[in-house]
Design a protein around this ligand. Structure first.
Ligand SMILES: NC(=O)c1ccc[n+]([C@@H]2O[C@H](COP(=O)([O-])OP(=O)(O)OC[C@H]3O[C@@H](n4cnc5c(N)ncnc54)[C@H](OP(=O)(O)O)[C@@H]3O)[C@@H](O)[C@H]2O)c1
Length: 258
């Protein structure tokens, strides 16, 4: 089956750059009728909208909204604005993420830990609840959570982030059970992808690439294509799945990267 989301409306949190921006573009190329992209800063989502239009996306199909992922009010408003503008909210991608809390769990700054868990774990629940009540409860839908290989096994120095992503993996499965059969919930688990979030791991890109059995780090598009597939009817018998997209790190075995 062709991967198409013809006529569907998608919301991508953290859609101003990186994996979220690539996902928005891939949705547009796969036939999305409407796309809402959100991030903390109005200028960032506006710039992203301009870039999407330059890439050929119809400007009328994009709603660019500033919305903090960890704000219940912002989530509700963004989802409501999406339904009002495009008439539905069929797909939600919980992509916004953060990693300010480096260090071992024993030493990590608790304020940074709270922020990490609020944005990476609590926020996806807020957005799913918003989409559920505004649209998906009556009409169905698909949800993709952007987790990480860091949520599948422990690694040094990123404990707070790793635990948040492990929580998101379990929340994906919990939601899949609670929301079946009309709403499918899956997750992607990337290894190192070339984005701002991973910049600390990209100073020596060649060394990081060697930690991936396929010999390179990921491009945002590598993850975006999987997100669109999981959002589409081509994945209609998948829910509760957590799919690595990781250059072989989990399947072929590798160590030392988050
Ligand atoms: N890159 C990797 O190696 C990698 C690996 C595994 C998983 N991931 C996950 O992939 C997802 C996307 O990250 P990325 O790598 O594409 O990073 P990125 O390029 O830094 O993009 C992060 C996006 O999230 C937005 N954002 C950050 N904090 C936010 C908040 N509190 N509320 C709303 N939006 C927020 C940012 O926009 P503003 O700054 O405008 O808010 C930006 O659009 C994250 O969940 C990350 O954990 C990344």
């Amino acid at each position: 089956m062709e991967v198409s989301i013809e006529g569907k409306v998608a919301v991508v949190t953290g859609g101003s750059r990186g994996i979220g921006m690539a996902t928005a573009l891939e949705f547009a190329r796969s036939g999305a009728a409407g796309l809402t992209i959100t991030s903390r800063k109005a200028e960032n989502v506006e710039t992203a909208k301009t870039q999407l239009v330059e890439a050929g996306v119809d400007t009328d199909k994009i709603l660019a909204l500033p919305a903090r992922a960890d704000s219940e009010e912002a989530a509700n408003e963004a989802i409501e604005a999406t339904v009002e503008r495009f008439g539905s909210c069929d797909i939600l991608v919980n992509n916004a993420g953060t990693n300010p809390a480096a260090g071992m769990l024993m030493d990590v700054d608790l304020g940074a830990l709270d922020k990490t868990w609020a944005v990476n774990l609590r926020a996806p629940l807020l957005w799913v609840r918003a989409a559920f009540h505004a649209w998906m409860e009556k009409n169905g839908g698909t949800i993709v959570n952007v987790a990480s290989v860091a949520g599948l096994r422990p690694s040094p120095l990123m404990g707070a982030y790793n635990v948040s992503k492990a929580g998101l993996v379990h929340m994906t499965r919990q939601m899949a059970m609670e929301l079946a059969p009309d709403i499918r919930v899956n997750a992607v688990a990337p290894a190192v992808v070339k984005t701002r979030l991973a910049s600390a791991l990209l100073h020596d890109e060649a060394a990081t690439a060697r930690l991936h059995p396929l010999g390179r780090v990921g491009e945002p598009e590598d993850v975006a294509r999987l997100i669109v597939f999981l959002s589409s009817d081509a994945a209609s018998w998948m829910t509760g799945a957590v799919v690595p997209v990781d250059g072989g790190v989990i399947g072929a075995g590798s160590s030392g990267i988050s």
